[in-house]
Design a protein around this ligand. Structure first.
Ligand code: ADP
Ligand code: MG
Length: 684
């Protein structure tokens, strides 16, 4: 008797080799086999008499084998099995290539159901490599909507669908069901049994759509529950109420006037922090819009209220940069700022920890080292995370847990639709910084082909001669034998540039390097000791090198528009005229149209919309980008409407049972645990 955790090895028909192949697809036990959803479907329902077939159309035929299947081997490595079939209306040929073993399974005089694309052999219709089954079993593989699964070597469609069939038949009633009955009822969802049956073997199109809706709902329901459990929602609505201060105390010390958008964002946050409710706010602003200043103003307000702040960034390099910037903003107030990273020495770390614990330090800027054990604050009142999608939900929560009811501010340059933001951050408010600081120059952008290589190299030389620096970004690290060979890799490209521009200092930085040498190279670049830095997208996240005036992106068609926009935001940060050159030899018109958007649109939000329109939501909101668990069936872009109802349902359940301890909510808890296990986040 199969159970959900029975290894697939014990399903009839799966031997050791096939079990290994399944493992490569992430399928280990019966449960994961059931959740190995088809990647597509094929409608094999078009049942026709032979006389009514149309060449080029797929159809299903019920017919008898009328000639002895004949095997020929015209040359080594090629087997041909050929025979005629016939029904009351006419006859046709069937041919199989390299499936000699089928000779014993296809018997003259017996009837079968065949499905395939109709071809023409001479003047007679024919099937090549059709799907077939004995007529007595028709309806299992043919004559229906059939699942198409992702495969790997050693497994074919028949192996997978038969294994799923057996698992479904043997499991009968013990199909996993994460939804409380009331939720399924209120949302008119089909039963779990029906859903798993029809997602694999749909009775018809309507059954498939009901099944899919149920499974998407269930997954999103579990996701909302999981994130809410990680955040520990519920009972945290009240926050420390701060004393309101005149902001000019802070702004008057700045070397420039804040923009209107910055002031609005600051004032939204101040309202939150002084209201007595807990702040949970997302600040969205394009690269260079000045988000750091907003954080600095709030850190100042917290410090004046006797509260400490923590500012978390994803890399050591960014920490260095924020540490320098924030120290500068806070210097007039004699506030102590400490730094905390994984690579710092024991003594420096001890001193930083002591300053935080005693309350002497007003601010800690750090990597996720901030959430490690032993980091204690005397009175943490504000938690800021930058470039948030690099952090998992649990990491953000762990940081706020260092304080008691600490206010939370998240800063992001990537526009996220509100529904998606809601499930990632919980119930949060959003402020937009929709204005760049004055005098910010536009980074003139050009899309060119590699025919411009020599002119481009001459341009690099000219800018270097003027003392400027150059970023070059390539999409891949080394040649991948499976990938197209015309991809420019960072390492190869570095060599080429060194040959073309021997007098320049050219270095290569990539994602496979250890953090330390990588940060070292970046720091040398920032210090002006390197002229041209060739890299993979590791530099995508906000480093500030005001002297960099040219950004070249190779194989630009491989990047998303928003990503390209972020990349070009790395230049044009100083007073020098800056440029971005997108190099692409892509032939197709769509790719060229995409790139040309960047040559005349300079607004990050408009670009994000355009990206969404051109690439579709699935790609744009890749779950990975946001530190969310990988979803099996739901598509955060396309299933927004289901998301909204799943979220409402989950919130209702959580409100009545915050830890999902009631028996009817236990399955949802289990499902939530499984989702989180994938991202390594754990529930307490
Ligand atoms: P981002 O939103 O990308 O994090 P930053 O906070 O790094 O942007 O700011 C980008 C640059 O703009 C910094 O050098 C910062 O000092 C500068 N800046 C921020 N606000 C203003 C302003 N109101 N006027 C002029 N420069 C500003
Ligand atoms: Mg920034």
């Amino acid at each position: 008797m199969l159970k959900l955790d029975t290894p697939v090895r014990y399903i009839k028909g799966i031997g050791e080799a096939k079990a290994k192949a399944f493992a490569r697809l992430g399928v280990h036990d019966v449960g994961s086999l059931l959740s190995f959803f088809p990647r597509a479907y094929e409608d094999r329902g078009n049942l026709l008499p032979v006389a009514k077939l149309q060449e080029g159309e797929a159809a299903c035929v019920h017919a008898m084998i009328v000639t002895e299947p004949e095997l020929s081997r015209p040359r080594r490595g090629l087997d041909i099995l050929r025979f005629r079939i016939s029904d009351a209306s006419g006859a046709m040929y069937v041919t199989f290539f390299n499936q000699a073993w089928l000779k014993n399974r296809l018997v003259r005089g017996e009837s079968y159901a065949f499905y395939g694309k109709v071809g023409l052999t001479g003047r007679t219709y024919s099937f090549t490599n059709p799907v077939f089954e004995p007529l007595s079993e028709a309806g299992r593989l043919t004559g229906r909507i059939a699942p198409i699964y992702r495969l790997t070597s050693g497994l074919n469609q028949r192996d997978v669908s038969q294994s799923v069939r057996r698992a479904l038949d043997e499991l009968k009633l013990s199909i996993p069901d994460a939804l409380p009955d009331a939720v399924a009822r209120d949302n008119s969802l089909c039963t779990a049994r029906y859903a798993y049956e029809n997602i694999h073997f749909p009775a018809d199109a309507r059954a498939l759509s009901l099944a899919r809706r149920r499974l998407v709902f269930e997954e999103l329901f579990a996701l909302v529950c999981a994130l809410s459990l990680v955040r520990g929602d519920g009972g945290k609505e009240s926050g420390i109420a701060l004393r309101r201060l005149d902001l000019s105390g802070f702004t008057s010390t700045l070397p420039f006037a804040p923009t209107g958008a910055q002031l609005r964002a600051i004032s939204d946050c101040v309202d939150d922090m002084c209201s007595g409710r807990l702040m949970n706010r997302l600040i969205q602003g394009d690269v260079g819009s000045g988000k750091t200043l907003v954080a600095a103003a709030l850190i100042w307000l917290a410090a004046e209220n006797g509260l400490q702040s923590a500012f978390m960034a994803p890399t050591e390099l960014l920490v260095e940069q924020h540490y320098a910037t924030l120290s500068g903003f806070l210097a007039p107030f004699k506030l102590k700022v400490v730094k905390l990273t994984g690579s710092m020495g024991a003594k420096a770390r001890r001193e930083a920890l002591a300053a935080l614990e005693s309350g002497e330090a007003a601010l800690a800027v750090g990597t996720h080292a901030l959430i490690s054990e032993g980091v204690e604050f005397r009175r943490l009142g504000l938690v800021v995370t930058d470039e948030q999608h690099r952090f998992g939900v649990a990491q953000r929560t762990a940081l706020s847990a260092k304080g008691e009811r600490a206010h939370v501010l998240v800063m992001s340059a990537t526009p996220i639709p509100r529904t998606l933001a809601l499930i990632i951050y919980g119930d949060l408010d959003v402020s937009l910084i929709d204005e760049l600081p004055p005098g910010r120059q536009q980074v003139d952008t050009f899309a060119v082909t590699s025919a411009y290589r020599r002119r481009l190299n001459a341009f690099i030389q000219k800018l270097s001669g003027e003392g400027r620096q150059v970023f070059v970004v390539c999409p891949a690290i080394e040649q991948d034998p499976d990938a197209p060979t015309d991809l420019t890799t960072a390492e190869e490209h570095t060599e080429e540039l060194r040959r073309a521009l021997p007098e320049l200092r050219i270095e290569c930085i990539h994602g496979r390097m250890k953090a330390k040498p990588r940060d070292e190279l970046m720091s040398r670049f920032a210090a002006g000791e390197i002229d041209v830095l060739v890299s993979t997208t590791v530099i995508e996240v906000g480093v500030d090198v005001p002297n960099a005036a040219l950004m070249i992106v190779e194989n630009a068609e491989r990047f998303g528009l928003s990503q390209l926009h972020q990349l070009r935001g790395r230049v044009g940060r100083g007073s020098h005229k800056s440029y971005c050159v997108l190099v692409s030899d892509a032939k197709n018109g769509e790719a060229r149209e995409r790139l040309s958007v960047l040559t005349h649109v300079y607004d990050g939000f408009k670009i994000a919309e355009e990206d969404l329109r051109l690439r579709g939501p699935g790609d744009f909101f890749g779950a990975r980008q946001h530190g969310l668990p990988e979803l099996l069936i739901a598509d955060l872009g396309a299933d927004m409407d289901v998301l909204t109802s799943a979220q409402a349902a989950a919130q209702k359940v959580i409100a009545g049972d915050p830890k999902l301890q009631n028996p009817e909510n236990r399955p949802a808890l289990e499902c939530a645990r499984r989702l989180l296990a994938v991202t390594g986040e754990r529930l307490s």
